[in-house]
Design a protein around this ligand. Structure first.
Ligand SMILES: C[S@@+](CC[C@H](N)C(=O)[O-])C[C@H]1O[C@@H](n2cnc3c(N)ncnc32)[C@H](O)[C@@H]1O
Length: 249
């Protein structure tokens, strides 16, 4: 058996934001290795598959990346359709490249199925374009989280250079994010939004100024959260929950 491995984006949370292609692949999957953030309703679409949780929640236990790579390669020897299911889009802060490299090195076929990344779901919830005409012509997707051998400060340069910044995996470091951006020259009055559980029924966001970010972050309820920074957020008011109309049953 030389199965094919699909790196599938599960989207930001709500199951009906999954692509049709992703749903079709899950339905015929023999085995699914899934992240902790993936909605159980999405995982349930893989009705016939063996399900293998492989962690990946900030600060909590997760399966080592090298071990996941090896398990994907091994699974392709046993199953025709192997799925690696990741939150949001697999290519956005999802360590997809390490998995692709391991699959390529093993001579295996793979395919990436994109998903809606959380920054885009957040924009939808807020009703605020990341690239609002006249205010923002550039967006930086950044994270303060560093991998082995990476420069810790690189993300700051990118966030300062862009009109709008979407900061992933940063809610736990709000104080150092705020001071690094202000020290780098972003005005302390720059609008910020901290949005938690984007796309989900319990989506909530809190808006303020860059200098207040540490206080805003303390109001979080532990769900996955993004920090959005930029003048496009000037008129956002804090809000609990947004009513989405779900298409799926
Ligand atoms: C390991 S990264 C994976 C990002 C994912 N690949 C994506 O495209 O959204 C996890 C981070 O994504 C962000 N995130 C994921 N889902 C989210 C959601 N529903 N609402 C807000 N932020 C989310 C948080 O910053 C979280 O710490």
């Amino acid at each position: 058996m030389r199965g094919k491995v699909y790196l599938v984006g599960a989207g930001p949370g709500e199951p009906d934001l999954l692509t049709v292609r992703a749903a079709q692949i899950l339905a015929r999957a023999g085995i699914v290795f899934h992240d902790a953030l993936v909605n159980p309703e999405v995982i349930a679409l893989a009705a016939a598959a063996e399900l293998v949780p492989v962690g990946k929640r900030c600060g909590r236990h997760s399966t080592a990346q090298k071990f996941i790579n090896k398990r994907l390669v091994d699974a392709a020897g046993k199953y025709e359709t192997v799925v690696r299911l990741k939150g949001g889009d697999p290519m956005m802060f999802g360590r997809a490249q390490e998995e692709i490299d391991a699959l390529s090195a093993a001579g295996l076929r793979y395919e990436v199925v994109p998903g809606v990344t959380s920054a885009l779901a957040a924009s939808a919830d807020l009703g605020i374009s990341l690239t609002r005409r006249g205010i923002s012509r550039s967006v930086a997707f950044v994270t303060p989280r560093v991998g082995e051998g990476e420069e810790p400060g690189n993300w700051v340069r990118a966030a300062l250079a862009a009109d709008t910044a979407a900061i992933y995996m940063g809610a736990g470091e709000a104080a150092s994010i705020s001071s690094a951006l202000i020290a780098g020259g972003k005005p302390a009055t720059t609008p910020v939004v901290l949005i938690e559980n984007a796309s989900l029924p319990d989506s909530r966001w809190i808006a303020g100024r860059l200098a207040d970010l540490p206080i805003l972050a303390k109001t979080g309820r532990g769900g996955p959260a993004l920090i959005l920074v930029g003048e496009v957020y000037n008129k956002v008011s804090s809000m609990e929950s947004v009513q989405h109309e779900r298409i799926s049953a």
